[in-house]
Design a protein around this ligand. Structure first.
Ligand SMILES: [Zn+2]
Length: 299
């Protein structure tokens, strides 16, 4: 758990090593109310604008960089439903952070806050000023910080299981984005005519970072699936924009990703008993079932 919040201390926030993201949800649930693969240069700034936002906690106004609607093209999606954009990873801009009081959340959850949650935040919030929104574009590292902060605030405000789970999932996607960028850098480092020209020191450094990002991603996914699994039974659909079948599939896939094959298969089998109108989703479930079998045989 501990490493998920690494770096937040720079913002004056100390998160307990043993913090349990879902602790509040367990106690009283009723209280809860760049992928820039193409070689052409992309001017990320052109796709963004400053949106004026009123903070849901301190009611002061601030601006945040957001992506212009419909400007980015989704070219594919990962098995855990992460959209892949042609231009750059739009997920970097999906967290809003108030520079006045520090309140930070995924945009979809930002305004939906109860007065009780507002006071939870005010009571517990440390002297934090959020992250700077000034940069013209956000780096993956900026985005990772923002997601960590959003996760921290989702705990402070005793957010719903699904909010915490979704924030963990999107944090996992950010770690993946960063790892993918590093994997490309690694390829470039190794792509030299003469082996003696390889900068081995740099190669080792990048490889280690890739390994660490893999661990971080897995940790975030582990936390995401715990919350989604419980939210599936306790919350009303749609959950984070997903219907029952989609969330069921996502849970199954997340369990597979962390090697919990039994649980994953149980979800897949129960999904296969249901009528699922969405053809693409039916295909995904079948692919997942075959993948689990293959991985079990190889493990
Ligand atoms: Zn604020």
């Amino acid at each position: 758990m501990s490493k998920l919040f690494e770096g937040l201390d720079a913002l004056g926030i100390k998160v307990d090593d043993k913090v349990d993201i879902y602790e509040e949800n367990k106690v009283s649930p009723e209280e809860q109310s760049e992928i820039v693969d193409n070689k052409e240069e992309i001017d990320e700034e052109e796709f963004l604008f400053d949106k004026e936002i009123e903070c849901a906690v301190c009611f002061k106004k601030f601006t945040s960089r957001v992506v212009k609607t419909g400007r980015l093209k989704i070219i594919d999606s990962d098995s855990d439903l992460r959209p892949i954009y042609r231009e750059f990873d739009m997920g970097k801009y999906d967290v809003w952070s108030c520079p006045h009081c520090g309140y930070t959340s995924l945009s979809r959850f930002f305004a939906g806050i109860t007065s009780k949650q507002r006071s939870f935040i005010k009571e517990q919030s440390m002297e934090s000023h959020g992250v700077e929104n000034e940069n013209a574009t956000y780096s993956i590292d900026d985005a990772i910080m923002r997601y960590k902060l959003a996760l921290y605030y989702s705990i402070l405000k005793k957010g719903k299981l699904s909010e915490k789970a979704y924030t963990c999932l999107k944090l996992a996607w950010m770690f993946r984005s960063k790892r993918e960028n590093l994997e490309k850098s690694l390829e470039e480092l190794l792509d030299v005519e003469n082996a003696k020209d390889i900068n081995f020191e740099e190669v080792v450094k990048v490889k280690m970072e890739i390994g660490e990002l893999r661990d971080r991603e897995k940790e975030a996914i582990q936390n995401a699936v715990v919350g989604f699994d419980e939210a599936y039974d306790k919350e009303n659909f749609p959950i984070c924009g997903m219907d029952e079948a989609t969330l069921g599939y996502l849970i199954a896939e997340l369990y597979r990703k962390i090697g919990e094959y039994e649980k994953s298969m149980r979800w897949v089998n129960s999904l296969l008993k249901k009528h699922i109108g969405n053809k693409r989703l039916r295909e995904r479930i079948t692919v997942l079932k075959n993948r689990i079998r293959k991985e079990i045989n190889h493990s």
